[in-house]
Write a protein that binds this ligand. Structure first.
Ligand SMILES: CC(C)(COP(=O)(O)OP(=O)(O)OC[C@H]1O[C@@H](n2cnc3c(N)ncnc32)[C@H](O)[C@@H]1OP(=O)(O)O)[C@@H](O)C(=O)NCCC(=O)NCCS
Length: 159
């Protein structure tokens, strides 16, 4: 399963490239997280320390990056579990509120759809308004536990 490299105009009108991450990106990704604020931002992530170990644990899952002017500015990961998958999106504070989180989450949903997933979900704190708004704008609905948001993917086989 693969999502091709895509270039979009974000709200800033700067071209944002969204592409799958590879092992060669690890150093640049660590560097983005070393200056990421706040840390942690959502449910303990990204971690304050041992960033490389955290990224290593995520590496078997589909990881995507957002690049602006050759700078790595965002990271998103889709963690599959059976026919559902958990999403997490992180945009460096210098680049927030420009539509980059939207592009990354949209890419994760498309990746899940291509992989035949039935449902995509995520979790954050109730006061994480940007993340909850972002999820809502892509059709996610809040679950009974209002910290959780989820969307059923059309076309996926019903259980
Ligand atoms: C959550 C996060 C990924 C959003 O990324 P982003 O690139 O800033 O998001 P976008 O620019 O695509 O905007 C997404 C929505 O949030 C809104 N938003 C963005 N920043 C906001 C802010 N500070 N206050 C209120 N709403 C905000 C946008 O208006 C947009 O809503 P809309 O679609 O209704 O217009 C980013 O804020 C971030 O990395 N936060 C820290 C890490 C985190 O909490 N990750 C969640 C892990 S599940």
């Amino acid at each position: 399963m693969s999502v091709p490299v895509t270039a979009h105009q974000a709200k800033t009108k700067k071209a944002v490239q969204i592409r799958p991450a590879s092992a060669a990106d690890e150093a640049q990704l660590c560097s983005m997280y070393e200056s990421f604020e706040p840390r942690p931002a959502s449910l303990g992530l990204p971690p304050r320390v041992r960033i490389a170990e955290w990224l290593e644990r995520l590496s078997p899952s589909p990881n995507f990056l957002a690049i602006v002017d050759d700078r790595l500015v965002g990271h998103a990961v889709l963690c599959p579990d059976g026919d559902t998958a958990e999403v997490a999106v992180f945009v460096h504070q210098d680049y927030r509120n420009r539509g980059i989180g939207h592009l990354l989450l949209e890419t994760l949903v498309e990746q899940a759809r291509q992989a035949g997933m039935r449902r995509v979900w995520g979790m954050t704190e109730l006061d994480n308004i940007p993340m909850l708004r972002l999820a809502k704008s892509l059709g996610f609905a809040q679950e009974k536990d209002p910290c959780m948001f989820a969307v059923d993917l059309p076309g996926a086989p019903k259980r």
